[in-house]
Design a protein around this ligand. Structure first.
Ligand code: ADP
Ligand code: MG
Length: 463
């Protein structure tokens, strides 16, 4: 036997500085996590190398590693710390069963070891601060919030739950909150569609699809973020469809988010769309001023209690930020942080005038909105082709979007009516006037129209 490495079951001890007894630690894992989790996961972890402040642990596969990291890393670290206080991180090395010994020989090649902090492993980690408690309730997200909570109380009653809404409106926050709520008693998988693809492709390359399928189909709560990412990716959709069906068959809860409602998803197979729409679809709308104010106040509270500092923003300033900011909540929080940072650095209480100056660049960003851009965004939004939208056909599903695009071109660009007409396949300026009048009237009378216009505008402003 190699002098340096003394092998006992699952234990590799090397060099004199070691103080840990892996058997003891394993024993404590079993006690803390229970024998089921222990037998299927933790038992298979081996100690590869011990340093003063970190450990390298060996695991059999990437999936195994990702699973452990996403669900147990914090607790594992806590446990090992109780044996050796100086430890502050854990790194994992994939040691395939048959290569075990070989790998150990080259274990000192630390460059091969994946660092947790900047690796892809963090993808499935739930963010503890994105919980229900920190999610502020308002008109625009009320239904989405209440069904997110209901899903946690009655797993599989609303299946799948599909949450849709524009950028930065709180979809990921809600998904994360559901994951946190359910992770105690369930196998929660939380992944973005993009990550799902990443794993999918890697598994194909490694010829490891069996593991991939197992890994994702094992979960009892499967949360997938930003499903629109699968657009146009046929083989990914194929795999997702099977994962979806197999999870539904065994009664797992599925929660999905997207920037569009299922039927508006582009280049996604029809059978998937109808599956997605088959449960409960809830949407998050753009926040009104009231909700924006509440979010600002909540954030201030959070910062105050977290950093034990007093943040002095007057009602006026809060109102100003809420009314001037766009509808994207992520940006709203960004703006708030910027103001707080400024007032901290300059040690002064800001008034509305100061805020205007500080935020000049942010609010007055020159966004070039062109007729082309409007045409693209509108046709995308209504899921019709640009050429159909510009064609002479008069059917309502084409005529309405066409009129909306003309209306927005008039409102959001400096183009004249004849110029706009020309851009719409050489139409007359009277057609544009008619469109502007029609949409102005409809957007006052018709809730659906009002909402469509608001969403398209925010899409235009976000790009
Ligand atoms: P999306 O996934 O829809 O693009 P996120 O969930 O990432 O949006 O939300 C963007 C940011 O805004 C996050 O920091 C999130 O915590 C915050 N946020 C969104 N909605 C709310 C809300 N209702 N209350 C508190 N914070 C919110
Ligand atoms: Mg998101």
């Amino acid at each position: 036997m190699d002098k340096k490495n003394i092998k006992t079951q699952n234990v590799y001890v090397s060099e004199e500085e070691n103080t840990l007894n892996w058997n003891d630690i394993q024993f404590s894992f079993k006690k803390t996590f229970g024998s089921e989790i222990y037998n299927s996961w933790l038992q298979k972890i081996s100690l590869v190398k011990e340093y003063n402040d970190y450990l390298i642990l060996g695991v059999p596969t990437r999936f195994f590693r990702d699973w452990i990291v996403s669900r147990y890393l914090d607790k594992i670290l806590e446990q090992v710390k109780s044996f050796k206080l100086s430890l502050n991180r854990i790194e994992f090395k994939i040691i395939e069963e048959n290569k075990h010994n070989q790998e150990l020989a080259s274990i000192n090649e630390l460059s091969k070891v994946t660092e947790i902090k900047d690796s892809i492993l963090n993808y499935n980690r739930l963010n503890p601060s994105l919980n229900f408690e920190s999610f502020v309730n308002g008109k625009s997200n009320d239904i989405a919030l209440s069904y997110s909570k209901k899903v946690c109380e009655h797993i599989s009653r609303y299946n799948p739950l599909y949450i849709c809404g524009g950028v930065g409106l709180g979809k990921t926050h809600l998904l994360n909150a559901i994951g946190l709520e359910l992770q105690e008693d369930n196998n929660v998988m939380f992944i973005s569609a993009e990550r799902f693809m990443y794993h999918f492709i890697k598994s194909i390359k490694k010829n490891d699809m069996v593991n991939f399928k197992d890994f994702f189909r094992k979960s009892s709560v499967f949360i997938i973020d930003d499903i629109q990412f699968m657009s146009g990716k046929e083989s990914l959709q194929e795999e997702f469809f099977h994962t979806f069906n197999s999870l539904m068959d065994k009664g797992s809860q599925i929660i999905i988010s997207s920037d569009k409602s299922p039927m508006k998803l582009e280049r996604i197979q029809e059978r998937i769309k109808s599956r997605l729409a088959g449960g409960l679809v809830v949407d998050i709308d753009v926040p009104d001023i009231d909700l924006k104010e509440k979010i600002i106040k909540k954030k201030i509270e959070e910062i105050q209690s977290q950093f034990k500092e007093n943040i002095n923003l007057s009602e006026d300033v809060i109102k100003y930020i809420a009314s001037e900011s766009k509808t994207n909540i992520r940006e709203l929080i960004g703006v708030l942080n910027r103001l707080i940072a400024f007032s901290r650095v300059h040690n002064r209480i800001l008034n509305v005038g100061d805020c205007k100056n500080i935020l000049k660049d942010v609010f007055n960003q020159i966004r070039v909105i062109t007729v082309d851009k409007i045409q693209n965004v509108v046709s995308n939004y209504f899921n019709i082709s640009l050429s159909d939208m510009l064609s002479q056909r008069r059917s309502r599903p084409l005529a309405r979007p066409r009129q909306i695009a003309m209306y927005l071109a008039k409102k959001m660009t400096t183009r004249s009516l004849p110029e706009i007409g020309r851009r719409f396949a050489n139409r007359d300026h009277t057609t544009v006037i008619h469109a502007v009048k029609t949409i102005t009237r409809l957007s006052e009378q018709d809730e659906e129209m009002k909402k469509n216009i608001a969403q398209i505008k925010s899409l235009l402003l976000e790009q």
